[in-house]
Design a binder for this molecule. Structure first.
Ligand code: ATP
Length: 246
């Protein structure tokens, strides 16, 4: 079986600045990867490289078997950005219909898919409200619903659980596991350690480099700690010691 995402020796940056170095990652179909790291560590840059929005400076990125950038791949990827790109003066229903049409959903499927996605994020009773009257968390949920609309082969979610209460988060995780069981591949970025613990695989980046990578239980065992948060802290201290930082 071919990996859905295959990143080899990726280096990425902006202008003179190198943001990511020597990133290697392989994610198989039906698996969920959590990408964690402090603010500014390069998570969004890695996501944008996988989406093909940034051309690799060095190394290669392949998604669904194709080297990126590749515009045609975009129709097979459901993407939820960190900042909500929603039409404020339209209702949730109208936003979903607009983005669903953009994703190529046909009229007959569109309403069924809108109902499916709205139900997952529990917005089905708010579909007719204008987005400008939504709370921050409701906007996040609507963005997630848009990413889920076309049930793509690959879902890329940049901080999907920000502003989402614990009960709904559990509900969303159930659906993500359900989608993975159907063979969909999911990559998400998060600052929430409980989210990372739910993933099949974790990639920890700090200062643009991978500091730890593997299954949550294996990482906890390897670092002889009791939580993913402690793995992160221990791996970060090791990185500092190796680079001569305090
Ligand atoms: N378009 C850009 N031009 C120049 N520098 C950028 C650009 N985008 C990001 N950076 C820089 O690259 C580094 C990594 O940013 P990135 O957004 O990938 O981090 P992140 O881990 O996603 O952070 P956060 O958790 O805060 O979203 C930061 O130092 C940031 O300032």
């Amino acid at each position: 079986m071919k990996a859905t995402i295959e990143v080899k020796n990726l280096q990425q940056g902006y202008g003179q600045k190198t943001v990511l170095n020597q990133i290697n990652l392989s994610l198989m179909p039906g698996k969920i990867l959590a990408l964690i790291g402090p603010s500014g560590s390069g998570k969004t840059t890695l996501v944008n490289s996988i989406m093909g929005m940034l051309r690799p400076r060095k190394g290669t990125v392949r998604v669904l078997g194709q080297p990126v950038p590749d515009r045609q791949l975009l129709s097979r990827i459901g993407y939820m950005a960190q900042t909500d790109a929603l039409y404020q003066s339209l209702s949730a229903q109208e936003n979903l219909a607009f983005f669903g049409a953009l994703q190529g959903l046909r009229k007959q499927q569109l309403q069924a898919q809108i109902n499916y996605a709205a139900k997952i994020v529990r917005l089905n009773s708010s579909l007719n409200q204008l987005v400008k009257n939504f709370s921050g968390g409701m906007k996040r949920r609507l963005s997630l619903a848009i990413a889920l609309l076309a049930v793509p082969d690959l879902l890329i979610l940049d901080e999907p659980t920000v502003g989402i209460d614990p009960e709904l988060r559990q509900h969303i995780w159930l659906e993500l596991h359900h989608l993975a069981a159907q063979g969909k591949t999911i990559l998400l970025t998060t600052h929430v350690m409980e989210d990372a613990e739910q993933a099949d695989q974790i990639l920890m980046i700090r200062q643009g480099a991978v500091i730890a990578q593997g299954k949550p239980q294996e990482l906890v065992k390897k670092y002889q700690v009791t939580s993913i948060e402690e793995v992160f802290l221990t791996a970060g201290r090791k990185q500092d010691a190796n680079s001569g930082n305090d």
